[in-house]
Ligand binder design. Structure first.
Ligand SMILES: NC(=O)c1ccc[n+]([C@@H]2O[C@H](COP(=O)([O-])OP(=O)(O)OC[C@H]3O[C@@H](n4cnc5c(N)ncnc54)[C@H](OP(=O)(O)O)[C@@H]3O)[C@@H](O)[C@H]2O)c1
Length: 367
């Protein structure tokens, strides 16, 4: 029986991980952490008979928790989730990473640390998981990848339509129920660009081989195009329990305890993405080959998201903050070590935080 610690157990990924674990006799939850939701954390730790920690994470608590478990589930949003992943991999643990920000920005370093210490990274993100599943099943050489994208709540809108959108509108994802950070990233499409780098790093692919296509139904979670000319798709319900189940049980292929997606009558629709409205796609085309791009995009975005969710800036000002950061830092000398990368992230983050951008606006807050 393997022991599990979940960082961020009260969030969307954390709660669904517990639902998956509950269906199996192979795992025992020994530690759960949350930030503020004491009530749910108490309920969970009582149910699973686990230890718990509530509050801001620090190096001591991360290290103590990681040492206790065989499997670490990282369900913390934002770049700060990297400290959980780092500690897990340095200690040779199996890391199930929902945290895509660290994989997108520092995946190359995390993979090296995993290799050096006998650790392992298994992705939870549905698109990264889809590609992982496809690569595990089909051994043909991959010629390229198509990443599907729901388009978020503002698909079909033009830039001028987004001027006054509220927090609630931005968090209303059409097909997934997720935490506020990733929901907002799906509305701006920063999320999709982070996924491009997450997948580049995890599967050692050139970004020129990763295409993005809009797929509103969110049942095709990605596609792999093989050198033999076939396109393989991973199709399943839009339910994060599937990638969590797959990652937890890997390399065993256990029987999924929930019903599969059975398509009786449906059409699968795909459409090109609108780069003029959703600027992260334009920046990807412009700067994607620059090694500084993912760290700048992600650091500025983490700050911009916090400001938007606090009602301090308007939706389009998220793009302004990121564009200002890109123009300031994109030509910096590329960084070749993890310490330098974290310092670079912190520098961008501090400057973006200190810049008083946007006027105070009052919008209804979600959650
Ligand atoms: N949700 C999805 O379907 C989905 C899909 C793909 C990838 N992901 C990725 O998975 C990660 C988690 O997403 P989520 O949607 O599960 O987020 P979420 O619902 O917002 O949950 C975040 C969890 O982390 C805790 N937390 C937040 N800030 C913290 C802090 N500063 N210190 C300590 N704990 C903190 C929260 O505790 P409280 O509840 O106490 O605040 C909660 O348990 C993100 O990187 C996201 O991109 C999520």
């Amino acid at each position: 029986m393997k022991t599990i610690a979940i960082f961020g157990s009260t969030g969307s990924i954390g709660r669904q991980s517990l639902e998956v674990i509950e269906k199996s006799e192979d795992f025992r939850v020994i530690f759960l952490t949350a930030h503020k939701n004491q009530e749910l954390l108490n309920e969970q730790s009582e149910k699973f008979n686990s230890e718990q920690y509530l509050g801001d994470l620090n190096a001591r608590i991360i290290s103590e928790v990681v040492k206790k478990a065989d499997i670490i589930i990282n369900a913390i949003p934002g770049f700060n989730g990297i400290y959980v992943s780092l500690e897990a991999l340095k200690n040779g643990k199996i890391l199930l990473s929902g945290n895509k920000e660290s994989l997108a920005v520092a995946g190359k370093f995390l993979i090296e640390i995993a290799k050096d210490n006998g650790g392992e990274i298994r992705p939870l993100d549905s698109e990264a998981s889809a590609i992982w599943q496809l690569l595990n099943d089909y051994k043909e050489d991959v010629s390229s990848i198509t990443l599907t994208c729901s388009g978020g709540p503002f698909f079909g809108k033009k830039k001028q339509d987004l001027e006054f959108v509220t927090i609630n509108e931005a968090l209303k994802h059409p097909t997934w129920k997720m935490g506020p950070k990733v929901s907002l990233d799906s509305a701006t499409l920063v999320n999709k660009v982070l996924e491009v780098f997450e997948i580049k790093n995890l599967f050692n692919l050139d970004i020129s081989k990763i295409n993005i296509v809009i797929h509103r139904q969110s049942v095709v979670h990605s596609m792999v195009h093989t050198k033999t000319g076939a396109t393989k798709m991973q199709i399943s319900r839009n339910d994060m329990r599937l990638p969590i189940f797959y990652a937890l049980n890997w390399p065993e292929k256990k029987e999924y305890p929930w019903p599969p997606l059975r398509i009786r009558k449906s059409e699968l629709n795909f459409a090109p993405a609108d780069k003029d409205t959703f600027l992260p796609l334009k920046w990807l085309a412009l700067h994607g080959a620059n090694p500084n791009f993912p760290v700048i995009l992600n650091a500025a975005n983490d700050v911009a998201v916090a400001k938007f969710l606090a009602g301090e800036i308007k939706f389009l000002e998220i793009y302004d903050i990121i564009e200002t950061a890109l123009s300031k830092w994109i030509l910096e000398v590329p960084i070749h070590d993890l310490t330098g990368l974290i310092e670079f992230h912190n520098k961008i983050s501090n400057e973006c935080c200190n810049n008083s951008s946007g006027r105070k606006i009052h919008t209804s807050k979600a959650r």
